[in-house]
Design a protein around this ligand. Structure first.
Ligand code: ZN
Length: 189
């Protein structure tokens, strides 16, 4: 597995349902959680590792890693909050995004068991960010156009500039700079 970066067409495709949720998904989920830890992120979705299936993993400090397969967000709060987000597929870029403050999500875990979860705070934020990935949507799409163009230009300058800001497609750790910041931000994915 390697991380797909902004510009990859896979990040723009809709992921397909997992059917059936076979035993191989336990290993896939474990591998994705390992990858999440390596990138020091808090969430990672299938399309980000080239797996075009409806699966994402979330690991928020202080709680166990969670696996969401075939998720549906079945409720969102009317209350909206703004929070700074980052993405392992767009290393070095952070932006404040407005989203519902809490969500109710239904999904299956890696053992194929269905569950429903009410989430708020960072967890709700990361769930929404990851769920977007399954639809081919990136957090920067939720910015006003002018701001979005600015952050894309910034990302491209970094990517073209060489040096340590360039994410390594293999060896590099995208978003390594998030160390120490991740706790304070909903750094993804
Ligand atoms: Zn992301």
């Amino acid at each position: 597995m390697e991380i797909e970066l902004l510009g990859s067409g896979l990040l723009r495709q809709k992921a397909e349902p997992v059917q059936p949720i076979g035993h191989e998904y336990r290993k896939i989920a474990d591998d994705m959680i390992d990858m999440l830890h390596a990138g020091k992120g808090v969430g990672l979705a299938g399309p980000q590792v080239g797996l075009m299936k409806r699966i994402f993993v979330v690991h928020i400090e202080g709680s166990a890693p969670l696996v969401f397969i075939n998720p549906s967000i079945i409720g969102t709060s009317q209350e909206l909050t703004r929070y700074e987000e980052g993405c392992l597929s767009i290393p070095g870029i952070w932006a404040e995004i407005e989203r519902p403050a809490s969500v109710r999500i239904q999904a299956w875990n890696a053992q194929g068991k269905p569950f429903t979860l009410d989430a708020e705070g960072i967890l709700a934020r990361v769930i929404q960010h990851e769920n977007d990935h399954l639809e081919g949507v990136l957090f920067i799409d939720r910015l006003p156009e002018g701001k979005r163009n600015k952050v894309i230009a910034k990302y491209e300058r970094r990517a073209a500039g060489g040096g340590k800001a360039v994410p390594g497609k293999n060896g590099g750790v995208p978003g390594a700079e998030k160390t120490g910041r991740a706790a304070a931000r909903a750094g993804d994915s």
